[in-house]
Design a protein around this ligand. Structure first.
Ligand SMILES: NC(=O)c1ccc[n+]([C@@H]2O[C@H](COP(=O)([O-])OP(=O)(O)OC[C@H]3O[C@@H](n4cnc5c(N)ncnc54)[C@H](OP(=O)(O)O)[C@@H]3O)[C@@H](O)[C@H]2O)c1
Length: 272
């Protein structure tokens, strides 16, 4: 029988903020060998436990601790400071970076040419093993290092790989930030319900449960989203009236296309 505590090898997580802590929660649930988190923020002390030592900087990593994988979950802007002290692990650990924009070439230039780098873009449903990650494997990454990266990402949800790294820019725009768009929809539906006279509690329950139910329906069928939409849309009915506004040229088709293009461009900018 598999020992749950050793299903994942020792990890070094760099950055325990929103995304780092989301992944950590699933890795712990999955079973993680004693690992280390580096984060300067004292709020991350709350993450410490039998399976996790929390330290403020790389100088406090216990002597002799050699992680199998180093997961880089800091903001792209602080990446250089976070990575320079970790160059000594370049020969022994695979680096899995989830930073928006920072390219494999940039990571290898920072860590040294021998560094094995996998770049991935997860999202926050990773916290409940319902994430989606897309990964791109850098040069000189061994099969076992790639397999470990895949294991880490599959422990937080679904995983896809791409060969063309530039595709991680639109991936970042769609699935990396995507949960925010869905949460915005929940906020706006709730607000609109209140405007139409619903009490705040009922408006909130309707907005949330509608999104949860629609997501589960999507998950349960191979039908495409458009046909599920049509099944809700009776001719001359209420949904048709709403969709006439949402699907107008100036409505969601244009807005969402523009929003994703802007986020994709921002991902390119972060990498330059
Ligand atoms: N949030 C998402 O939904 C999401 C999705 C996919 C990918 N990502 C990527 O994940 C990365 C982290 O995003 P986030 O939203 O989790 O950011 P965040 O909440 O700000 O977390 C970053 C953490 O790193 C800490 N940190 C700063 N400098 C550090 C250093 N030198 N060494 C170790 N830790 C350091 C920060 O501490 P302080 O607060 O004290 O600075 C903070 O706790 C970003 O590169 C982002 O592109 C995020």
């Amino acid at each position: 029988m598999t020992d749950r505590s050793t299903r994942l090898p020792p990890l070094l997580l760099v950055g325990g903020g929103h995304m780092g802590s989301a992944m950590l929660s699933s890795w712990r649930e999955y079973g993680m060998a004693p690992s280390v988190l580096i984060d300067p923020s004292p709020t991350t002390d709350a993450l410490a436990g039998a399976d996790l030592l929390v330290v403020r900087d790389a100088g406090q990593i216990p002597a002799g601790f050699t992680p199998d994988a180093i997961i880089v979950a800091v903001k792209p802007q602080t990446a250089s400071d976070a990575l320079m002290p970790l160059r000594r692990f370049a020969g022994s650990s695979v680096f899995v970076s989830i930073m928006a924009g920072r390219t494999i070439a940039w990571l290898r230039a920072t860590l040294g040419d021998t560094a094995a780098v996998v770049r991935a873009m997860p999202n926050t449903p990773a916290a409940i093993r319902a994430g989606i990650s897309v990964a791109c494997v850098g040069p000189h990454v061994s099969l076992s290092a790639k397999n470990l990266a895949q294991l880490l990402l599959s422990a937080i949800g679904h995983v896809e790989f791409v060969v063309d790294e530039t595709l991680l820019n639109p991936v970042t725009a769609i699935s990396g930030g995507g949960p925010a768009y869905v949460f915005l929809l929940a906020e706006l539906l709730e607000r609109a319900g209140i405007e139409q006279g619903l009490c705040p509690n009922l408006a909130r329950t309707l907005a949330r449960q509608t999104i949860i139910g629609a997501a589960k329906l999507l998950e349960s069928t191979s039908e495409d989203a458009a046909s599920l939409r049509r099944a809700v849309t009776s001719p001359a009915g209420t949904t048709e009236r709403a969709l006439a506004i949402l699907m107008a040229d100036s409505g969601w088709p244009r807005t969402i296309s523009d929003a994703i293009a802007a986020a994709t461009l921002r991902s390119f900018e972060l990498g330059s």
